[in-house]
Ligand binder design. Structure first.
Ligand SMILES: Nc1ncnc2c1ncn2[C@@H]1O[C@H](COP(=O)(O)OP(=O)(O)OP(=O)(O)O)[C@@H](O)[C@H]1O
Ligand SMILES: [Mg+2]
Length: 417
């Protein structure tokens, strides 16, 4: 037996309540509006009987709004919307709420109320890898790298997701010319909190970006940095776990700050400003560290590396120095960078990417990855070589994919934008 809270127009509410009873469940709350429902949920004791298993609302303006989604999230309640027309479906989707149509019957509602079985089935498949793209402050090129690497991995035949978990300066959406009004990553985090984030949900929430090598599935970040509390560590970890079942490689763009708030705050239970960054790092198989190719960028890298390594004992840390140029670091800039890093941090960078404002600007101007707009540039070639090293040795890229990667121009796909 399930306990339900219901909010629907009167004429639909009666039918819902009848079906609930017919299937052996109980209605614990009947609310006239979403606002009313928020108040009733807030006033309810956590151990009140009957227990609440599902909040079922009609996805119109009166019965479903953002505050209700937040209240259900805060209480860990599964929220399901009845969406019977295009307007209701759009509303549910924009709020990241799972939906069914009444015509599917009450058994569809019961199935969606307990998605755990589906989750277990998904977990049986081969698991994908999580690659975090991190770098110290100073805009060394984390987002540029995350976008470019995702597209290269797609070209190498991988199913790829690109997640923007940067809670201070989310910028994957503008970098790819995407709308970020309803951030996909926050929606996924909400569903994760309710225990109902499935592969189907991820497919629904993501924006599919066509690139030369194939589709990159993008979960956009929070446009307003003030929304960071939506990306709590547990939720982020859960979303990334689901992503492992969804795609082969999940590339995650994260913020620069890695200091722990609890070291500067006495409130151990306060939400953590950089929880998304920490959760991503802890979940990663690989961390690609992007450092700026000048004296300041290298110095910041040297200072940050020990702290980073402490945070990610499980991950393979790969250092990339970006925007390497003689004008900033002297003649033979790559050698200079390598020698400095070896001397000061006992680390050898796995790649040095040249400063190439033409290629980088073209990507920004077009809102597309490097491979699509500057396929022959040196910068793109270096990114491409590095991306190939991210494919696990046990899963060699197919010859066809490698050949195609050599001549991307022939695989041109028109942008959907
Ligand atoms: N190799 C490169 N050569 C020239 N310009 C580059 C290169 N890589 C990145 N850029 C440019 O540097 C700027 C910052 O890049 P990006 O936004 O990727 O940095 P970030 O580390 O994500 O910064 P933020 O702190 O804003 O998240 C952008 O204008 C980008 O086009
Ligand atoms: Mg960025």
């Amino acid at each position: 037996m399930m306990g339900l809270a219901v909010s629907a127009p009167l004429e639909r509410e009666d039918a819902i309540v009848r079906e609930v009873a017919r299937h052996g469940h109980r209605v614990a709350i009947r609310a006239a509006t979403a606002t009313d429902l928020v108040e009733r949920l807030a006033a309810r004791a956590p151990d009140a009987e009957p227990r609440l298993d599902l909040v079922l609302v009609v996805a119109d303006e009166r019965h479903l709004h953002r505050e209700l989604v937040a209240e259900c999230d805060a209480r860990g309640l599964r929220l399901l919307a009845l969406a019977d027309d295009a307007g209701e479906r759009t509303r549910a989707r924009s709020l990241g709420v799972d939906s069914v149509t009444w015509a599917e019957g009450f058994s569809a509602i019961e199935a969606k109320a307990k998605p755990t079985e589906g989750l277990e089935r998904e977990a049986e498949r081969a698991r994908g890898r999580v690659v975090a793209v991190w770098g110290p402050a100073g805009a060394p090129g984390r987002t540029t790298a995350a976008v470019a690497l995702s597209a290269e991995l797609a070209l190498l035949g991988r199913r790829v997701a690109l997640v923007d978990a940067d809670t201070t300066s989310a910028s994957v959406a503008p970098a790819l010319g995407l709308l970020d009004e309803s951030p996909g990553f926050a929606a996924a985090a909400r569903l994760a909190r309710a225990g109902s984030l499935t592969i189907d949900e991820l497919d629904r929430i993501c924006q599919q970006v066509p690139t030369m090598g194939g589709v990159v599935r993008v979960l956009t970040g929070i446009g307003r940095a003030s929304r960071w509390p939506e990306l709590g560590g547990d939720r982020v970890a859960e979303v990334l776990e689901r992503c492992r079942d969804w795609v082969d490689t999940t590339v995650v763009d994260i913020g620069a700050s890695i200091e722990r708030d609890e070291e500067i705050s006495s409130d151990l239970f306060a939400p953590r400003r950089h929880a998304a960054t920490h959760a991503t790092l802890e979940a990663s198989d690989e961390v690609v560290v992007i450092a700026g190719g000048d004296a300041v960028g290298v110095a910041r890298l040297v200072r940050a590396l020990p702290e980073l390594r402490e945070l990610v004992p499980q991950a393979h840390v790969r250092v990339v120095v970006n925007k390497v140029r003689a004008s900033a670091i002297g003649i033979a800039p790559e050698r200079a960078v390598q020698e400095t890093l070896r001397r000061l941090a006992a680390v050898t960078p796995e790649a040095c990417w040249p400063f190439d404002s033409r290629a980088a600007d073209a990507a920004l101007l077009e809102g597309r990855p490097l491979v699509d707009v500057a396929g022959r540039s040196r910068l793109r070639r270096r990114v491409q070589e590095f991306a190939a090293t991210l494919v696990p040795a046990a899963e060699p890229t197919s010859r066809a994919a490698l050949r195609a990667a050599e001549r991307p121009e022939r695989r041109w796909l028109p942008a959907l934008r």
